[in-house]
Write a protein that binds this ligand. Sequence first.
Ligand code: SAM
Length: 247
Amino acid sequence: MPDRVDLPKTQFDRSYFDAGETRPGYFSTYSWDNYGQEARTTADLLFRWFSPRTVLDVGCAKGFLLRAIKDKGSAVQGVDISKYALSCADQEVRQRTFLLDVNREKLPFVDRTFDLVTCFGTVEFLTNYDHAVMEMARVLKDRGILVIKTAYRRADATDPRLICHRRGWWIQYFRSRDFEYLKAQSDELRGELLRVMAESVVNRGCTWRAKIGRHVYGLGYVGRKIAARLRSDAAMVVLVLRKNGSR
Ligand SMILES: C[S@@+](CC[C@H](N)C(=O)[O-])C[C@H]1O[C@@H](n2cnc3c(N)ncnc32)[C@H](O)[C@@H]1O
């Protein structure tokens, strides 16, 4: 294990997930009501394509994706660095999670354990994503599936995300690590996620308006906030990858 400890730039505590205000790169209210539909949509597609029996979610936060996948009958595990987020997970999901830093720690599983590994909105925060990806590849079965969602652009200078690359860069990166890029599935998942996010952002427009504070803002302002959030969601790379290996 390296002796250098990489502390995340962001503290993934309540103020990151549930501050109730909109800041680029942060959640405002990270609840099942707001994000459950994204999790269900993702689980539906992944099951339609791959029917995984064993699934690991890296950066699982409050376990929303794990919950959606578990409801379909798979055995799930999750890891995250945030004590706060894991403490908010459903009890059943929480029992299947580990608190750890994927920048430097080994995943607590033997080689070739999982049919599917997911890592959503997390690699962009990692100072040592090479180590994390090597670990994800190690615990994935040969021909197993890795699904990555990440940002290719920071919204502005206050955005805490560190690592932003475009889709082509990531495709080359994963090819050099012996992954095959599944384009049709990647495009479909990205399209579906954008659709669900757009719906939920529009539905949350009124809540945001109330939370903007003491000031009364016109609909035009709220509309611009929604448009800004949608633009930042659109800066999203989705990669569905298959690990090569013995057949
Ligand atoms: C933007 S959130 C994404 C949460 C969830 N995957 C989703 O898509 O809704 C990023 C997550 O990565 C976790 N994370 C960040 N750095 C980490 C690290 N070094 N090791 C493990 N988890 C980390 C955070 O605690 C947080 O839960």
